[in-house]
Each structure stands twice: as structure tokens, then as C-alpha cells.
Design a protein around this ligand. Sequence first.
Ligand SMILES: NC(=O)c1ccc[n+]([C@@H]2O[C@H](COP(=O)([O-])OP(=O)(O)OC[C@H]3O[C@@H](n4cnc5c(N)ncnc54)[C@H](O)[C@@H]3O)[C@@H](O)[C@H]2O)c1
Length: 286
Amino acid sequence: MSEKKSYGLLKGKRGIVFGPLDESSIGWQIALSAYGEGATLAISNVQIALRVGKVMELAKLCGDAPVIACDATNNEEIDAAFKQLKEEFGPVDFIIHSIGMSQNIRKSLPYEALNYDWYLRTLDVSAVSLHRILTSALKNDAIKNGGSVVAMTYIAAQRNYSSYSDMGDAKSLLESIARSYGTRLAERGIRINTVSQSPTYTRAGSGIENFDKMYDYADRVSPLGNASAEECGDYVVTLLSDLTRKVTMQNLYHDGGYSSMGMTIPMLHLFHAALQNEELAKEAGL
Ligand SMILES: NC(=O)c1ccc[n+]([C@@H]2O[C@H](COP(=O)([O-])OP(=O)(O)OC[C@H]3O[C@@H](n4cnc5c(N)ncnc54)[C@H](O)[C@@H]3O)[C@@H](O)[C@H]2O)c1
């Protein structure tokens, strides 16, 4: 296998990645890409994920990166994490938020029958946690002036994807928090962006109803095909590098062109042909 090319884009930079669980995780691939580009890393996840996931393996692959246990919905744990991070590294150059979870999706509850305790938990874990992390990083002086923050999101923040359920609301909130915090972070030259990624087979992703069909549809409609987690890692590295100093408060699509597409001619023909089959059309609810 050929060695992956490194441009040294993050040489001398230090950062923390919240959310890698196993090699399928987007956060895992971001960590590997950032390390490959010369960054020094710390990795964080909730205690339970450190036990059931493969985080220690990732830490080894990233030059024995320190692993920091932290529930991103718990202010005390976040503060303790940034204190520990500062002791290890001093203030960091970048923070990655790659965290998401919906109990309503896990339990396949329809949007019209959400469990509201779980709904609030979805918003807290998947969106408010970004606010908590930023607030704690600033309070603890744990991020450098001129730093960069990236949070992972999905196009269901802008469009209706029925099976994405309460995660669509969480992603809208996440993107809004990135904008609202953007001006405040900019006072210190810190930029913040959300990256809207293609459907990706991960633990969180695969739990979504009809995920395989969503994946397949997006892959066929996107002119460049779905973007993989590895490709996402490479893209995110550019946003952490000095080459993107004036990019902030953006929601950036990393999706093979999917977000700019309407319909493709082959899909149009397929749809039309399927509609001629009355039984099939009825079964699909059309
Ligand atoms: N998989 C996709 O199709 C897809 C597409 C676009 C965006 N995203 C986003 O990418 C990000 C990463 O998800 P993924 O798909 O790699 O799945 P993943 O399951 O690998 O990662 C989600 C992580 O969130 C962590 N987490 C859950 N609760 C937490 C808490 N309280 N505190 C700290 N961490 C917690 C989990 O332990 C897990 O490591 C999420 O924001 C997700 O919504 C995923």
C-alpha cells in the first residue's frame, strides 16, 4: 500500500478531537488526517465509549495521544478536560466536535411521538455540547488566538429528511450555535465552521432508519459520489491549517456536490419507470 502523502499542513499545531469511537467514526479519520499532517493530538470521548470503543488504539496510531474522558453535556467534566489539556499542551490551535446521538432514533420513535426527555438529550449531546465546549475552552484560556473550530453536521439541518427525526433539529441548532459564537470567537481571530458530510457508515449513522437507502440515493445523485470519512478527514485538515484563516461562520458541504443537485436524468427515468408499476408505486406510498 502506498504511503499517504503529507503536506505538513498542521506541523507545530496542537488540538483535541471530541468523538472518535472506532475506525468508522468521522472523528477517527479526522484525527488520523490531522496527525498525518503533523499535528499533536489529544482525543476525547465519554467514559463508556473509552471502554467499548477502540479509542486507545487510535491514541497509539496518533503518537500516544493523551486520551481524556469527558461527557460533553457535563460542564464540570468539560472544564476538567480543558484543564488537563492545557497542562499537557498549553492552549490548543484547534478543536473538533464530532459528537452526536439520538435515543429517539435508536429506539425508532417517529417524529410525531418523540420522547421529550430524549429529545432534549439529543439537542444537548449533539448541539448544546458545542456551546459548552467553546465556553469552557475560552474560560480556561485553552484555545489560542487564531485557532480553528470545526463541528460535524448534516444537510437535514436545512432540508426535511424524515428518518433523520430529531437529529435534524439538533443539526440546525448546532449550525446556529456556530454562527452565534462566530463573531465572539472572531474577536480573538478564532474561526468556526460546520462541515456537512455525506451519509457515512458509522455507529451513529447506521442507526438511522433506511440509512442504506439514503446512502445509496445520495451516492447516485452526487456528481462525485458520496464523500468517505477518510476524505472528510482530509478536508477538515484544510480548515485547521493556516490556508483558511478568513473562513468562518460557514456551513461547508463535503458531499460530492449532492447539496447543489436537483435530479439526475437517470434517476428521473428510474422514478418515471417505477411509477408505471402500480403495485410498486402503491407500496412506496406514491
Ligand atoms: N455518519 C453520518 O452519516 C454523518 C453524516 C453527517 C454528519 N455526521 C456527524 O458526524 C459526527 C460524528 O458521528 P459519526 O457518524 O462519526 O458516528 P460515531 O458514532 O462514530 O460518533 C459519535 C460520537 O459521539 C460520542 N458521544 C455521544 N454522546 C456523547 C457525550 N455525551 N459526550 C461526548 N461524546 C459523546 C459517541 O461516543 C461517539 O464516539 C456527528 O456529529 C454526526 O452527526 C455523521
